[in-house]
Design a protein around this ligand. Structure first.
Ligand code: C2E
Ligand code: MG
Ligand code: MG
Length: 711
């Protein structure tokens, strides 16, 4: 790389301190020299960016981020060693290199920049996106060549299916146009060139208007009406989106306020929140502030979050959705089915409404598969107490179909195109009466459908329910009982780790009793009162008398009289829970070992004791088990209790030991004994002090420990 020695380069400020590659200045200088040296050779300029690097930094911190950058630089240096190339880091996670065209044409070039990185012992995979400019005009500055490669890269930055793009001239023209639009932005905001259009959302049953979605358009003075698809992605990358979004939210609130002020009919309006907003920690407060400062009820403004945002930062989104709920907003998941998440993710995110875009179900009319997917989504959503809006409904056939699968609401050109504020106002004026507020609770129709479904038992045959989504089922709560009415096949896989089930096993009628029932009933009541998903960890008593730890997510479906139904999804966390406890106990006993020679656990449930730690050379082996009852009788010869009353009796009897423990000042019970028989001669003995106490595990259970120390 270059002819200057490394120290000289450093001195002249030509290398990047972190990675040792060229910095921007160095890259321009040495690339120019490289091109001069090889006038007849064809070169390319490549520009890289690590996908979602910002997220890496957020999650793991800058130091880890730096290590990943160094690793990528090392990979590039190693792979390109000995070639006529220059490699540089421009800034942050942007790398560039100038390489002969034949290297880039080679297939292995494309996966060169895929790397793995370990954080703790978890492997993370990073991929890069790159743009390539084949240098055709050497009179151009290296910086301009880099711009072209970067522009090519920008075109695929959000496209995870595509890792590389070659520059072409139309990209350049698009960029010029975008730059022009960007430079018009501030004036456009000041002059209110952005107009909010409203597209009604209709009830599937009769096509009546229930709500609307606010969609922005740009009435550009010279270019006419520009659709959001042209400018939103651009404003998302240059940050203008936050100004535009707030402008739209305020416009929507102004419209609602104005109508309410005049005593006119209103309908709830959903606003789109760009995924870029979720990096803003005050987003929810700002939304709340905008709505309340206009003095309109929160129920009139609903929040749409696009599904792709969930893929980018699920935790932030989950938190934001909870906070939006706290403020009283309803949250819609937009563009569901665009491919990033599965139905499975739905059980983790407490949204209220699912928007499915018909365009994601290409060839819906002709494709049986698309119809099956749609039906599955709708059915599942109902189980989870979510309403479904189908977007992009374009003809009567689609409407009829959607009605037949009991989709709740529809939006599309067949009903109304997005319309300016005045036209929307006129539409509302034409509709008589009603407050226009949408009910939050599921309507009777859905409840009835759910009841009918499994009361009649036709759900048994439903491959969707039985085949999909891990473990789930339905509880029924009456005044005093909680009963599991129906579970799917996944339930057995998850809870029993065994999918082989009998036909008749599929309908289980099982009362849940004991402590897990109390937890569940409490959570079911909360789910019913709040209308939100609740989560609880329970120690579940299986039919084969085994206890397993389960994490349950519970959603309220509906009630009829004194009976209420809940949908639940279940994860088996037994392994994790046990590991956690074992680790806890081990940590605990390791600490105790500093004071004691051995630590034994006494499990009164199974009647067994186990050695969990030992200094080794003496009495006990780790893992050794013994029965608690009768143990001391059997060892009467070897163990001689000193001055301690009925020690054996106390140790063998949990109730007595509990009494002793709770009666003592520090929660422990100690005795002394002489132990003989394991030493070389029958007369050897040790005086051992023995201390009993209880440890509370994280799950709330208690473990009894017996610690011994030679006096
Ligand atoms: P979206 O939120 O999924 O909005 C639905 C899009 O589908 C709208 O496109 C709407 O006009 C279009 N549409 C509705 N019915 C039909 C139909 O029957 N057939 C077809 N082919 N299309 C239909 P639009 O208005 O072009 O908006 C595109 C996207 O731009 C929106 O998708 C949304 O993601 C974004 N967007 C629009 N306004 C805003 C805004 O104020 N802020 C933000 N952050 N994004 C916005
Ligand atoms: Mg939307
Ligand atoms: Mg949508």
């Amino acid at each position: 790389m270059g002819d200057l020695s490394k120290t000289q380069q450093d001195k002249e400020g030509l290398t990047d301190g972190l990675t040792g590659l060229y910095n921007r200045r160095g890259f321009y200088k040495f690339t120019r020299e490289l091109l001069e040296r090889h006038k007849d050779k064809q070169f390319c300029l490549a520009y890289w960016n690590i996908r979602r690097f910002k997220v890496v930094n957020n999650l793991f911190g800058w130091q880890t981020g730096d290590k990943i950058l160094i690793q990528l630089a090392e990979v590039m240096k190693e792979k390109l060693a000995g070639e006529e190339v220059t490699i540089g880091r421009m800034e942050r996670d942007n790398f560039t290199c100038c390489v002969p065209v034949e290297i880039v044409s080679h297939e292995k070039w494309y996966n060169m920049a895929d790397l793995s990185y370990y954080v703790g012992n978890v492997e993370y995979h990073f991929s890069c996106c790159q743009g390539i400019y084949q240098i055709s005009d050497r009179s151009m500055s290296v910086s301009e060549m880099g711009d072209k490669a970067r522009i090519a890269m920008e075109t695929i930055k959000d496209n995870y299916m595509c890792s590389c793009a070659w520059f072409n001239d139309s990209m350049w023209n698009t960029i010029l146009e975008e730059q022009k639009l960007s430079s018009d932005f501030r004036q456009a905001i000041a002059e209110k060139q952005f107009k909010v259009y409203y597209q009604p959302v209709c009830r599937a049953i009769d096509g009546s208007v229930e709500a609307a979605e606010a969609l922005v358009r740009w009435e550009h003075p010279t270019r006419g009406l520009i659709p959001p698809g042209i400018f939103i992605p651009m404003f998302e990358s240059n940050g203008f989106i936050s100004i535009l979004d707030r402008y739209v939210w305020n416009e929507v609130c102004r419209m609602l306020k104005s109508r309410l002020g005049q005593g006119l009919r209103v309908a709830p309006v959903s606003i789109n929140v760009s995924r870029a907003e979720f990096y803003n920690p005050n987003l929810c407060e700002e939304l709340k502030e905008i709505v309340t400062s206009h003095g309109i009820p929160v129920e009139l403004v609903k929040i749409e979050i696009t599904e792709t945002a969930y893929a980018d930062n699920p935790h932030q989104i989950q938190e934001a959705v909870n906070r939006l709920h706290d403020y009283g907003f309803l949250v819609l998941m937009d563009d569901f089915g665009s491919g990033y998440s599965s139905l499975n993710t739905l059980k983790d995110i407490p949204i209220d409404v699912l928007k499915v875009d018909m365009k994601f179900l290409h060839g819906f009319e002709t494709s049986q598969k698309a119809a099956i997917i749609l039906e599955a989504i709708i059915r599942m959503a109902k189980w989870m107490n979510l309403k479904v809006i189908a977007e992009g409904v374009e003809d009567k056939k689609e409407w009829d179909y959607l009605k037949s699968v009991e989709c709740d609401m529809l939006q599309g050109f067949y009903f109304y195109r997005p319309m300016p504020e005045e036209a929307f106002g006129e539409l509302l004026d034409m509709m008589g009466g009603g407050s226009g507020k949408e009910a939050r609770r599921p309507d009777q129709k859905i409840e009835k459908a759910v009841f009918d479904e499994f009361r009649l038992g036709n759900f048994q045959a439903d491959t969707l329910f039985y085949g999909m989504l891990g473990g789930m089922g339905v509880f029924e709560l009456t005044e005093q009982d909680l009963e599991i009415i129906q579970v799917n096949k996944g339930f057995y896989e998850v809870v029993y780790e065994n999918a082989q089930l009998d036909e008749k096993d599929q309908v289980i009628n099982r009362k849940v009793e004991g402590p897990e029932a109390d937890c569940l009933i409490k959570k079911c009541r909360e789910a019913m009162e709040t209308g939100r998903m609740q989560q609880v960890q329970i120690h579940y008593h299986r039919r084969d008398d085994v206890y397993v730890w389960l994490n349950m997510k519970i959603r309220y479906i509906g009630s009829r009289g004194k009976r209420s139904l809940f949908y639940f999804a279940v994860d088996n966390i037994d392994e994790a829970k046990k590991l956690e406890e074992k680790r806890y106990l081990l940590d605990y006993s390791t600490a105790l070992l500093r004071f004691f020679d051995s630590v034994l656990r006494i499990d009164y449930g199974t009647g067994q004791g186990e050695v969990i730690h030992s200094k080794g050379e003496d009495l006990w082996q780790v893992g050794e088990k013994f029965p608690v009852k009768g143990f001391f009788d059997a060892h009467r010869e070897e163990i001689d209790w000193i001055d301690c009353g009925p020690a054996e009796e106390i140790i063998e009897n949990k109730e007595l030991l509990d009494q002793k423990l709770s009666g003592s000042r520090n929660g422990s019970f100690s005795v002394c004994c002489k132990v003989s028989g394991r030493g070389p001669g029958k007369n050897d003995f040790d005086v051992v002090s023995v201390l009993f106490f209880k440890v509370k595990m994280q799950g709330g259970e208690e473990e009894y420990l017996c610690c011994m120390k030679k006096a």
